[in-house]
Structure formats: structure tokens, C-alpha cells
Unconditional design. Sequence first.
Length: 544
Amino acid sequence: MRDTAFRTDREFMPYDVVVVGAGPSGLSFSIKMKQLNPELNVCILEKGSEVGAHLLSGAVFEPRALNELIPDWKEKDAPLKVKVKSDAFYFMTHKRALRLPTPPQMKNHDNNYIISLGMFGRWLSAQAEMLGVEVFPGFAAAEVLYNEDGSVAGVATGDMGIGKNGEKTENYAAGMEIHARQTVFAEGCRGSCSKEVISKFELDKNSQPQTYGLGIKEIWEIAPENHDEGHTVHTIGWPLDRKTYGGSWLYHMADNKVSVGFVVGLDYVNPTLSPFSEMQRFKHHPQIAKILEGGRRISYGARTIVEGGFQSLPKLTFPGGVLIGDSAGFLNVAKIKGNHTAMKSGMLAAEAIAELFEKEEGGNEATSYMNKYKSSWVYRELYGVRNIRPGFRKGLIKGLLNAAKETYLGASKNTLSHHVDHGATKPLADVKEIKYPAPDGKLSFDRLSSVFLAGTFHEENQPAHLKLKDENVAIDTNYAKFGSPEAKYCPAGVYEILEEGDKPKLQINAQNCIHCKACDIKDPKQNIKWTAPEGGGGPNYGEM
């Protein structure tokens, strides 16, 4: 590793390990790293204004990895307070809800908890800091640094005080370089730095394409008589058609609150489909409305999730670093859970890096990480359900039959494949436009009032972090051929078509962005690139 800064106007700080992202995987990695070798210098960069500000999940939490990492977590007052006591699984039609047997993977009432992932992240961060980990919220890793031999040398934070036109303002400050022996990418789904290293080192050349879903979540405070603390509900079917993958959850939290959410697989074909609008009309189903009526919505957020699983995992190591958590894609979509697998991946990576550091001539790639993963319970868990998500490519009914076969008759020897999500989008001329009802302001709402509840904020004078590779594609292709699907799938109203005379124009309201990354994934021509905004920008999720 070089001992001087790569850019002469930037200061640098040397560490043994730098972790990009203070989510469950990055924090678990850091804790395990310090448990194995307290002398190592470990720091975490977190783009949110505080740890937990950008964390969003359902979230039913399986404590298996936590039991291994911090066995006395109950004594340390971890925020796991609401134990799941019962499950329900429904097939929905427009007016009815048919209760089905809960699939084994989705049963939560044995030993799982309904949690706030943000609160759990803040607790994990405190455990890491007590061990000596340095956590820096409000600093986004904007650039990957490389040594002369091509290996990763660390990351740099973005320059601050750059105007919209790229000029330095009076508040300009050069970014900071963090140099490290190993760089750990724990950015979550579709992280910009992770995306770069996967491409540079061709880590996915032997993997199936990654596939994604977009989850929309709200927290409601409901009437006490409608509340059933510890009860969880999952649904499939309406309002989605039989060819579109997706479903919902409703978890009864503490204090008369429920977490309600809807996930749509981003391999849907109809460009007029709006995951946000599907979520809003879903709440009008009698089975859901009877729970929410008389309550009030207090939080809103959205996030993409990785759904590819076992066959979509890239190579996990490269010279100078590793991928962990959803930066790699460790979510178990059949369980609708990924925090436990993300945490365990971080712990395995820590073990591999600790071993690498112990070797006098071990090179700079923690190659044992892949072997540790293959011998772990994470591998066995993901392998056993690998064919469930791709089985739904042939529609809901065939997908359910395939899932039942894989679950009750044993996993097939063959591994089904995935396809890229953006390639599934059909031209506007080949589909029937979906008409959505207007929100009523009681159960359903518009996007702008929803974004307000996400607490998102970006400095108005900073350059847009959402970039078009070719501005002409937005109108000549997306608008003309697909009807501007970015204006439909974005859950924050970032993309808007304006009419200027006879010519349409795409307006990007970047200040609305809640960092879900759907645009980076679903754009039909991959013309939109999400990049890290200035540190601290984005949503501020409290208990999401």
C-alpha cells in the first residue's frame, strides 16, 4: 500500500481495514475483526447522517448469527423485544383472502423477533465502538482507490461544496482518502463502489445475473383493538397479476404499531406498473384495511433488495478487499430474510482477513473467505432454496407448485437461472396500461407526502447524484418506446416528464431521492447511474 495520498490536495488516513457501510454485515464484520485481533485499526464509513438513517427492512429478525457473534446480547439490552408468536399466509383476490399453510421457510414463531433495523444497527454500532472500531457517519465512500498493481488500496470520500455546474463554492473542502490493507464493501443492495469492483475484477463472470425486488414500507400506529403484538402476516396475489412476482407483509410491532410493506420483483414486464401505487391500493384490501382503518401513517421508506441468491453470488474476494452482505447478495428470498446471512458473511470475512494478516507472505487477497462460506450454514441455507425465486418466472401458480416441490420433495439437482431485470421490460405498445385509483388520504397517499415522512434531504446546490449516460435516451427511447417507466417505478417522485411546448423533457428531482437504487437497476437501457451524494444526504429513517 502506498504511504502517500493519491491526490495531492486530499489528506489521507491509514487503517488496517476500512469498511464501507454501517449495516448489519459491516458492523458484524468489524465486531468480529476486533474480537479476533483487538490491535487492528478498523474504521467504518457510513453515508447516512447517523448509523441507521439509511437502514430499512421488514423486519423479522432471525438471531442465529447474533447468537454466535454476541452470545450475551440479551444482557447487553439488544433491541429485540417483540418475539413472533404467530404467522399467517394468505392468497389474495380483489376482495377475499384465502389462508394457506405457511411455508416452512416463512415460519417465524419459533425464535424470531420483529425489530427496527435502524435501532438494531445503532445498537450494533455501539458494540463495535466499545471494542475500538471508529465509526464515521455522514461520510460517503465516493471513489475506490487502487494501487499501481491494480489492487484496491482503500476509498475516498467525495469533495464537499461542489456546485451544480462543477465549480468550487466558498464551502469547498477536498475529500479524505482512507488507505487500508483490506477494504470491505458492505454497502447493501446495488452499492456504487461494490458495483465498480464487481465489474473491474469480473467477479460475476461465473454467476447468474443478479435479480432484484423493490420494497415499499410504511409504519402505522393503529387502534389498540386492531393490534396483535407479535403476529406476522404475508400475502401473495392481488393486486399483482399472476405473471408478476411480489407479495406483502404486515408485522405487529410494540406500542400499537404495525410494519406494512409490499415488494415487487423488478423483472416485471409492464412499464406502466408502479410498485408504489400497487402498495397504496393493496392497503384497501378488506383484510388489510380492517387493521389500518382509524390509524395513522407515521413513517415511509423504500429500498431495493437482492433476490438472486445462491447462483447470483459473485466471487467474494479480490486483491485488496472483499464483498459482504447484500453488496454480494446473501439475502434468502424464500425466508424473506437477509440480516442473519449478511451478518454471518461479515463474520466469515473477518476470520479470513485475520488469517491473511497473520501470514508473513499471504498476499493481499483473503481467499479463504470463499471456502469458509462454502462450509458454513449460510451456503447450505441458500443452496436449499436456490430454485424457488427463479421458479416464479413462469407465473404465480407454477412458481408456487415449484416452491412446494423444492420444499417438500427436496431441492432439485439442477439449478435454475435468472435473467436481468431491465431486459424484461416490454415496449408500451405491447402492454395494457395500468390505471391506478387516486389516493384517498386515509389509507392511500401520494408520493410527495410519503417522501416527506422519509425525512430525506440533499443540499440543493450540490451536483445531482443521479446521472444520465446519454440525455437523449431519456426521451428518444425511454419516453417514446417505454412511456418513461422511471416516472412509474421511482417511489419518491424523482423522475418527472414535463411538457415544454410540443417537446417533452425529463426533470430529475434529485433532492427527493431516498436511495432505493431502483433506477440504477430497472432503467431499460441502463442509462441512469446512481452515485453517492455528498455525505449525510438521503433519508433519515428513525425506527424503520
